[in-house]
Design a protein. Structure first.
Length: 318
């Protein structure tokens, strides 16, 4: 659906995007993660044919954005960070205007407008000027606008930025439904790691214009951490005898103590029962044992720290 090979864009002496190679299959939600200025928005503009690449190639629905940008834009929907509505117009008038711009036929357009207003909970206020809408309502209307012409791909740029928790949750639920229930391919730029982990089948982490990692959140975690983290909840701080019993187990790679919690890095899951048995044998009282999974937030910040420590670019690929 979306494929790039060494896609690059330079502004003067600065590379906004450099050697970007990725593939997003049809029907998946792709999360493009990175801080402000990392190259996310530039990439979206390259994929929609708004900018021409300095080097490299891209294909969106098998079309070259540099040559067929207008055709691609007719088949994609774009939600920018700001809703960019005409606030002197009603919700219905906004959708009618943009539907005509997209070339949606008049009879189909009116039914699509009612359908989308209903789906996004705006039908009862469809004839109010959007200047009176809350930020969350404007964002829902902007998503409806992006879907008017039934696009094959939806590009979302920080879809929950500036929203209160309830409005953000509503938008996330909508995005999830668009992918799961309707099969839309979604390319989502965000720095909200919790939302990305919940929504995305595939993530890419970009930093200073370069792709630092690509894969599912679980695959990236497995590549970065080959061991497991155990959290052993004890009755009180562990004695030296308990500490030594843990450290002497083959497969234990690290031990940290946080009051009554023993945080143990082990080479694999088979080591877990051995550690627990040794703790009990040494006189420790175990209340609970948990295996802590590494999430997308762990992956993101591990890559960020690796970048700082190494002082150079690298990559993790699934």
């Amino acid at each position: 659906m979306i494929v790039t090979e060494k896609l690059s864009k330079r502004f003067g002496d600065n590379w906004a995007v450099r050697d970007l190679s990725l593939s997003v299959p049809r029907g998946q939600v792709f999360g493009f993660l990175g801080p402000n200025g990392a190259g996310k928005t530039t990439t979206v503009r390259l994929l929609n044919g708004i900018l021409e690449p300095t080097e490299g190639t891209a294909r969106v629905m098998a079309l070259d954005p540099a040559l067929s940008g207008s055709d691609i834009r007719l088949r994609t929907g774009v939600l920018t960070e700001n809703p960019s509505l005409y606030e002197a117009l009603t919700a219905r008038e906004n959708l009618r205007f943009f539907g005509e711009v997209y070339g949606v036929g008049q009879m189909l357009l009116e039914s699509r407008i009612d359908e989308l207003l209903q789906r996004f909970g705006l039908l009862e206020r469809a004839d109010e000027k959007t200047g009176a809408y809350s930020r969350g309502m404007k964002q829902r209307l902007a998503i409806a606008r992006a879907l008017l012409h039934e696009p094959d791909i939806l590009f979302l740029d920080e879809p929950t930025a500036g929203l209160d928790p309830a409005a953000a949750r509503a938008v996330v639920d909508m995005v999830q439904g668009l992918s799961r229930d309707q099969g839309h391919t979604i390319f989502m730029c965000t720095h909200n790691l919790v939302e990305a982990e919940r929504l995305c089948d595939l993530v890419g982490v970009i930093h200073r214009g370069r792709l630092r990692a690509l894969g599912s959140p679980a695959d990236l975690a497995r590549q970065l951490w080959h061991n497991l983290t155990l959290e052993i909840d004890l009755h009180g701080p562990p004695s030296d005898t308990v500490r030594n019993s843990i450290l002497n187990v083959r497969g234990v790679e690290d031990l940290r103590i946080d009051e009554h919690l023993a945080i143990v890095q082990v080479s694999d899951a088979d080591v877990t029962p051995v550690v627990v048995r040794e703790v009990v044998s040494a006189g420790g009282q175990v209340y609970a044992v948990r295996t802590r999974e590494h999430g997308l937030e762990d992956v993101y910040f591990a890559l960020e720290h690796e970048e700082v420590d190494a002082g150079q670019e690298g990559s993790v690929n699934a």
